[in-house]
Design a protein around this ligand. Structure first.
Ligand code: MV4
Length: 457
């Protein structure tokens, strides 16, 4: 087992990784920007190293500074968390070249899934269902029109180097395709330095359902069930739950098998997530794979009892998975609300000093946070201040527990999305479980139509 792990991240996920290391008896080294010098991930680590000024590109994304910190620390492994450099194959290679274990996938696994057209071609061979579309990168608008005529309009043009919705353009007809192609390609070139596009038939109002998988270095892969992630605003998830209200035991087995096949196709050896779109008929299609631990991993932990971060470290250290698929059991229903320092009506960031803080607790309530009384929400980083996670025997109990937990969550000095979640947890459409990826949009339209103008200022 590793002696010392360097955590190349900040905030709640850095604390989450420190906790897993403590349980495994591993020493921890945190890195921090000058703005984060007093943060909890610095205080709770055994050692900490400053890696630069506040802006993320100068510190948490600064590879030379991170490599220096790694050498100074004497750490024998590095955990990247999520975001920042977690899915950067070159950084992963640098870490390995320094003789340090990267706690995550291999550079080849990151590359294979990072290029979305390559990822689709790979999983197609494994028999995972895909949205009808181009078999690879489009040679130009003419090929796009031809494939659009085959699969039927509307179609989506997606950046192969993208993911998470960046650089997507809709073409409703063949006539719209050349214009959409130029826009999407230029945007992809500007954002990712790569203008390659692929095409998919547009699935109308799908659900976003993802499957957690775990692999080891011996070719074993298991799935830990699905997470329902349809509640998103501008491609940012706001609330997730496990299991999905759509998915029954039969669909779960099919989704799990599809996800495991996709992961096995590249010999995946760590924690990862396979994303699908699903329609009302319970048909589902692979869209992409994320080769990292995800923000919403706790809801899977709460219904399986499996510590995903600990298992990720064990897999990186060369331990085989301790269970077979049939030994993984699902119990209860978990919900996560992402509490952001944002205005609950406009979602504008609300950085500043937290002047008062109280978090909920009790049976089935978990709060993953970096916040404490008098903590400072900085403008340089994402606005996530806490993940409020509840687990209950069933969806109804989880919903009731979440309502009460939200009512007991006190954050003063900055605005938060707590009031927004309070509304969602009482919304009949959410409560019905019958929703899709356009839910938040509809919710906000309904709220704007019903609310008196004074509530919006
Ligand atoms: C789609 C789609 C409809 N049809 N692909 C957006 C994020 C990226 N991961 C994939 N996305 C979508 N891909 C096809 N062929 C609709 C979306 C989509 C979406 C997906 C998941 C969650 C929220 C979404 C919001 C808008 C669009």
């Amino acid at each position: 087992m590793f002696k010392k792990v360097l955590i190349a991240n900040r905030g709640e996920i850095a604390l989450r990784i420190i906790r897993a290391c403590k349980e495994l008896g591993i020493e921890t080294v945190s890195v921090h920007s000058t703005a984060d010098a007093n943060s909890l991930h610095v205080r709770f680590a055994d050692q900490s190293i400053c890696i630069g000024p506040p802006q993320a590109r100068d510190s948490y994304l600064n590879v030379p500074n991170l490599m220096s910190a790694l050498e100074i620390s004497g750490a024998d492994a590095l955990h990247p968390g999520y975001g920042f450099l977690a899915e950067n194959a070159e950084f992963c290679e640098d870490v390995i070249a320094a003789g340090v274990t990267f706690i995550g996938p291999t550079p080849d696994q990151i590359r294979n899934m990072g290029d979305k057209a390559t990822a689709k071609a790979t999983v197609r061979k494994a028999g995972t269902p895909l949205v009808p579309g181009s078999p690879d990168i489009l040679s130009g608008p003419d090929e796009g029109i031809a494939i659009g005529n085959e699969v039927g309009y509307p179609v989506l043009l997606k950046a192969s180097a993208g993911g998470g919705g960046k650089g997507m353009k809709l073409a409703r007809t063949a006539a719209e395709l050349p214009g959409a192609f130029q826009l999407a390609s230029a945007e992809a070139q500007a954002c990712f330095g790569n203008g390659d596009l692929y095409l998919e038939k547009f699935v109308v109002k799908p659900r976003h359902i993802e499957v957690q998988i775990l692999g080891d270095k011996f070719g074993n892969v298991v799935h830990l069930g699905e997470r329902e992630c349809s509640l998103q605003r501008r491609h940012q998830k706001v609330l997730e739950e496990a299991p999905s209200p759509l998915v029954d035991a039969d669909m779960r087995a099919q989704l799990g098998e599809a996800a495991v096949s996709a992961a096995k196709a590249i010999g995946y050896s760590s924690a990862g997530t396979v994303e699908f779109l699903a329609d009302k008929d319970k048909k589902f299609y692979f869209i992409e794979m994320n080769t990292r631990i995800q923000v919403e991993h706790p809801i899977t932990e709460m219904i399986t009892g499996i510590d995903l971060v600990k298992q990720m470290i064990l897999s990186a250290a060369g331990e085989p998975l301790p269970w077979t698929q049939d030994e993984i059991r699902f119990e209860g229903h978990a919900i996560e609300c992402r509490i952001n320092a944002e205005d609950p009506f406009t979602f504008a960031p609300s950085p500043g000093l937290i002047t008062g803080y109280h978090q909920p607790g009790g049976l089935g309530v978990r709060v993953d946070t970096w916040v404490h009384d008098r903590a400072q929400v900085l403008p340089f980083y994402d606005s996530l201040i806490a993940k409020l996670i509840v687990v209950g025997a069933n969806r109804d109990e989880a919903v009731k527990r979440m309502r009460w937990a939200l009512d007991q969550f006190v954050v003063e000095g900055v605005r938060t999305t707590v009031p927004f979640h309070r509304e969602v947890l009482r919304d009949p459409e959410f409560l019905s479980g019958d929703f899709d990826t356009a839910y938040i949009e509809r919710f906000l339209e309904r709220r704007a139509a019903n609310a008196p103008a004074s509530a919006l200022v």
